[in-house]
Design a protein around this ligand. Sequence first.
Ligand SMILES: [Zn+2]
Length: 419
Amino acid sequence: MAELTSRTVDRCRICGSKKLHRYLDLGRTPLANSYLAPEHLEEPEFQEDLCIQLCLECGLSQLTKVVHPDRMFRHYLYVSSTTATLREHFAELAATAAKAAGTKPGDLAIDVASNDGCLLSAFKAVGLSALGVDPAQNLAAEANARGLETECAYWSPDMAQKVSGRRGKAKIITACNVFAHADDLHGFMRAVDAALAPDGIFIIECPYLLDFIHHGEFDTAYHEHLSYLGVTPLEKLMAARGFGVFDVERFPDIHGGTVRVYCARAGQRPRTARAAGFFAQEEKFGVRAPAAYDAFAKLVLENRAILRGLIEKLTNEGKTVWAYGASAKGNTLMNFFGLEARLVPKAIDDNPKKWGYFTPGARMAIVGIDALKGARVDYLLLLAWNFESEIRKRCQAAGYQGDFIVPVPKARVVPGRKT
Ligand SMILES: [Zn+2]
């Protein structure tokens, strides 16, 4: 795949400004979702710089390099339905969106990057007609086999035209955990404009910039995650495309802090007081100024030394440390902290599709929770810390007696049930 070169970001993808301030350099990093089969362990891995810069004009944080999308999205092992937390969240989203848009039974809802169709089935459950668009062939095929209609494609103006020619305009378009992954945000919005009914609503869900910074969540940075979004830069984008943000909600427990941003065509809906509060909070934070971002980067470097020291100490004492969550964020953390399979040999994951593979970079063997039985494990490093309480319950139900290490924002040991 030598021809699939990365793009250097020297202009902001929202406002076009060249005033970009680098604040967090995570070093050369493999692709967070490129799990390795045993037969590929000897081959070199693709790596790219993972570095975040701030646009001083609009406040958009964005990676300095964009890896070619065909390296990242054509075969995706992450399956949203595997977590109960997300299933419940999507059921709530479908109901709330239908109410906000004032839908009638049979109205169309389009989910962009629909993954295995978790949100599509939630839309169907509230009486809507649902269509997914996703470029991962394996996931689109799986969704279609389950009766959840999914186009295997990237979301684009052409794709949106094609869909609306065939299915009519959508009352709701959702983009959950994909907007931050799109390089061409203006093209994304042109596609929304082409497929959305005049009074329809467009809903973005993505990790929230202020949670990322305030909670030291540097590990939610990975090559697929091109932008780190607040409502201030989003409004700038919406205004440029004839849209506006009219409401915002925050979900502190989803992916370590997620915002749901409701957009509609300009002048269609008044901005809520709740949304205005988010804009005010970002102004107070200093969303366009380097200070808060530079302070965050300093804390991340300090935490790196703390966690690395803790795990080396435990390993030297003869303790066994495994990880829980062979997630994208776990892979960023392992690589940036210089942790390898020598220190943390195995990673438990709930997605059976990952079992038997190895994590990129650190090359931990991925196993199911059953592997804990009979293994003498003293500490579990919670790489999927965004599902901390769910994971702790599962481990304890599986008979795990050891302790937990929560790695961010500051590494700490949480006692398990050891007697
Ligand atoms: Zn900008």
